[in-house]
Ligand binder design. Sequence first.
Ligand code: AVJ
Length: 320
Amino acid sequence: MQSPTFIQLHRIDDRALASEAAAGLLSAQAQVSPKFFYDPLGSRLFDAITELQAYYPTRTEAAIFAAHGAAMADAVLDATGDEPVMIDLGAGNCAKAARLFGWLAPRRYVAVDISVDFLRDSLQRLQREHPAIQMVGVGLDFSAHLQLPERLVDGRGLVFYPGSSIGNFGAGEALRLLRDARATAAGGALLIGVDLVKPLAMLEAAYDDELGVTAAFNLNLLNHLNRLLGADFRVRDWQHVAHFDAAHSRIQMHLQARQAIAVRWNGAQRKFAAGERIHTENSAKWTVADFEALLRKAGFGAMRHWTDDQGWFAVFLAAG
Ligand code: AVJ
């Protein structure tokens, strides 16, 4: 039986991460990238979020794949040809991709995540279940630029980006990622999950749940910053805030100071007035027409999509 191979394409440099976080904290409107949510506890809190009744995206997307997986796979194979190379962006536990293996029969599965260490256990387990598929784990921060070694995508590929993770990117960055995805697919296709605009109350409840799991997920960022920077944030001094910004069609999450606070870390400090906020996440919501326009702008010619009955979430297939 073959075994998975692993490549780390960039160095994970804690000092570079620390200076990125520090620069964000020191800017006029303090901000920290959502990638800092995902320390070991943060990743578990995100998994817990996906189980919440209020957080509709994960289960709605799963229902779309369950209902239309076979039709999607037919459409994918029309664009890529048989036995495609499947490239999974932000693969994590690889579970969403694995559910499509039966229909797609990829010849190679390339799982991409920020650290190759996140992929080792899941790929080793998956390889045992799917001995015929060649499995490659790639450590890459594709939020800056997505480019894979050419030998990994020999022929038309399927780029798979579920979960509406593209919502974390600003409009310009999302366009850039879609262009990179099109180049990576090399004439194949992109299958991408996209959260849709819906009534405000439902959007805001999904990002401010009654159990406080999303609040814990947001606040845990401060613990991560304390470790990364040696900072002295006190979680109790901060409050989780989430609201829908209609002008940008995105949920914004912030951490809001409950009173005036000075935060210190090796030599630096930032003062926050009572009520001042640190911007921690954007989560964009699209209409079908807006997302199609974005795909077209990124160079895709052919596209179709599947949604749930309520039109809460969509999975787009884009080719050409
Ligand atoms: C993983 C980026 C898709 O934006 O819905 C969930 C992250 N933040 N609850 C999202 C998240 C707060 C999630 N994504």
